[in-house]
Design a protein around this ligand. Structure first.
Ligand code: SAM
Length: 178
């Protein structure tokens, strides 16, 4: 099943994302289905997206959700849950090196950059790093490239993909689960 099909038929926990994301993730994440990959999603909310990642990637994947809300511990049946701030360096240092990062968390440039600065260099070969809802798109991309340059990390497109979508007017959301 495609991620969009899973999303549209989801009856588990609640999740909300911009409506274009399932198709984007189908395109970039299909290669990981059934593989022993590590996906870290920053931003758990009510756990629905973690259930969807599990259905999509299968049982071989390690799925980790990070959220500052301690109530998210309740959603540990489909994923490992880490409670804390996405800007906290010691929290980030204790996470495993990921194949996939989904940043759907605080959404402020400071939150996004703190996580990116720490996790991007640790992304595995052929990994995918996605930052959702980049409303301050130019700010993030400028700073991301500065981090890459200052740290002398070459921006290998064959190695890792930064998905930076620009959304100005289309704010259509997809909601699933309850
Ligand atoms: C948009 S929701 C996540 C939605 C979820 N990924 C989904 O698709 O259903 C954002 C979550 O990020 C958490 N959050 C906000 N700022 C944070 C921060 N700085 N560190 C960790 N978690 C944060 C909130 O508690 C909230 O649960």
């Amino acid at each position: 099943m495609t991620l969009r099909e899973i999303w549209e038929n989801h009856t588990g926990r609640y999740t909300v994302k911009r409506a274009l994301y399932p198709d984007i993730y189908d395109k970039y994440l299909a290669i990981f289905v059934g593989k022993p990959v590590t996906l870290i999603e920053f931003g758990v909310l009510r756990g629905g997206s973690l259930q969807i990642w599990r259905k999509f990637l299968g049982n071989t994947a390690r799925i980790i959700g990070v959220d500052s809300n301690p109530q998210c511990r309740a959603f540990s049946d489909d994923a490992d849950i880490v409670i804390g701030n996405q800007q906290d360096e010691s929290l980030l240092a204790n996470l495993p090196d990921p194949d996939i990062v989904i940043d759907d968390c605080g959404h402020s440039p400071l939150d996004q950059m703190a996580t990116f600065r720490h996790m991007w260099p640790r992304l595995k070969n052929n990994g995918v790093y996605a930052v959702e809802d980049l409303d301050n798109h130019a700010h993030f991309v400028q700073n991301a490239f500065m981090i890459l340059r200052n740290n002398r990390f070459p921006f290998h497109l064959h190695r890792s993909i930064l998905i930076a979508e620009k959304i100005t007017e289309d704010d259509h959301k997809i909601r699933a689960g309850s």
